[in-house]
Write a protein that binds this ligand. Sequence first.
Ligand SMILES: *Cc1c(COP(=O)(O)O)cnc(C)c1O
Length: 401
Amino acid sequence: MSNKGLSNDESYLEKFIWTIKKQQTEEAFYVLDLVHVINLLDTWKRNLPIVQPFFAVKCNPHPDFLATLVAHGSSFDCASRSEIESILALGVSPDRIIYANPCKASSHIKYAAEVGVNLTTFDSVDEIYKIQKLHPDCSLLLRIKAPDESGCMWPTGSKFGALPEEVSPLLQAVQTAGLKVAGVSFHIGSKSHNSQAYKTAIEAAKAVFQEADRLCMPPMHVLNIGGGFVSNALCFEAAAAAVKNAVDEYFSEDERRSLTVMAEPGRFFAETPFTVVTNIIGKRVRGEVRQYWINEGFYGSMMRVDSTTLAESCISLKCMSNNSNGPVLMVCGNGTGGSRTYSSTVFGPTCDPIDKVLEGHQLPELEVNDWLVFRNMGAYTSSCSSNFNGFGSAKTTYLIN
Ligand SMILES: *Cc1c(COP(=O)(O)O)cnc(C)c1O
C-alpha cells in the first residue's frame, strides 16, 4: 500500500510552493493536496471495506477538505450544533452524521432532534435523562472506556467512557427510560501505535453486547471503533488487520451478518494532506546558534503537534531561499545535503515564551524572508488555533487538485 499519489511527490510540492511563493509577500499559507485525500479514502476502503468512516470534524473542518470527503462517500462525526450545521450545509443527509459527544448541551440535543441527526453516544445517566426528554427517538451507542490506551499520543479515557462496572446500570437506565441502545463505541486515543488496543476494546464491546442480551434488551448491532488511526502505511495496515481479526474472533458469522461497523477517523484523513509554509520574519545570531522567528507557531497551527513531529516534518522538506540568483533549494536537516548547518531555534510570532517551534534543530543558514516548510500539518492544527496576540493561523489555503 502506498499513501503517495503523484501530487504527494515532494518535488511536485516544492514546485507548487515555489509558484505560490512568488505571489506571496510574507504571509504564511497552507497547501492542501486533495488528490492525496482521495488516495487516503481509497486506502481506507481497501483495508477496511466493512468499516464506514465518519470523519471527526474537529480534527480539521477546512471547507474544501470536507467537500472532498463528502464527494467521496465519507460520513461525519460531529460534536456540537455548529459542526452539525456545517456538515448539513454541505448537503450531507443527517443519517450520515453521528453526534459523537457523550456529554451534550440540552439546546444542542434539541437541535439534533429538529434536523434528524438520530445517532449519538452517552456514558452517564444524566445524559440518558436529557435525551429521553429532548430526543427520545435517537439511537444510542454506549461509549466505553478502552481498556488499553497505551501507545497513543493523546488518551481520552480520563474524560470519556463508561467503566466496566458502570455498563450494566447504564443499560438498565436506558431500558427504564424506554430508549434504544443500538450498540457500543470507544476511542483508543489519538495517534495510536498500538494496534492491539483495538482488539482489547472490541473484546470489551462484545461483553456489552452480551450484557444487553442478558438484560433481555433488543439485540445490539452497531460497533463504533472510534479514531486513533495514523496514515503511516505499516501502522494503518496493522490496525486494520487487528480490527478485522478481532471482529471475526468476537462476533460469530451469524452476528456479523447483522453487524454495522463504523469508525471516527480524524487524524488518518487530515494529517498528511496539509502542508504549512511559513516565512522567517526575524533572526538573531548567538555565537554558533541561529535563532529564527516565523509567522506560525504554538497559537497558530502547532499547539497540538508534538516537538518530534514538528522536527520530522521540517527535516523532510526543502527550504527555499530567494536570493538574487533566483530560487535556491536547500535541504533542511541533519546530515542531508552538503551545506553547512547550525543548531537552530525556531520561535513562533507571539510574545509567549512557550511559543517555540524547534530547538537544537540543524538548519542551514537562513535569512529573513526565507521560507520554512512543515509537512503533515492537518490534524488538530488550524482547528485548535487562537488569535492570541493578534496572530492566528495561516489564512490562505492553496489547493492541489
Ligand atoms: C477526536 C475524536 C475522534 C478522532 O480521533 P483521531 O485520533 O483524530 O482519529 C474520534 N472520535 C471521537 C469521539 C473523538 O472525540
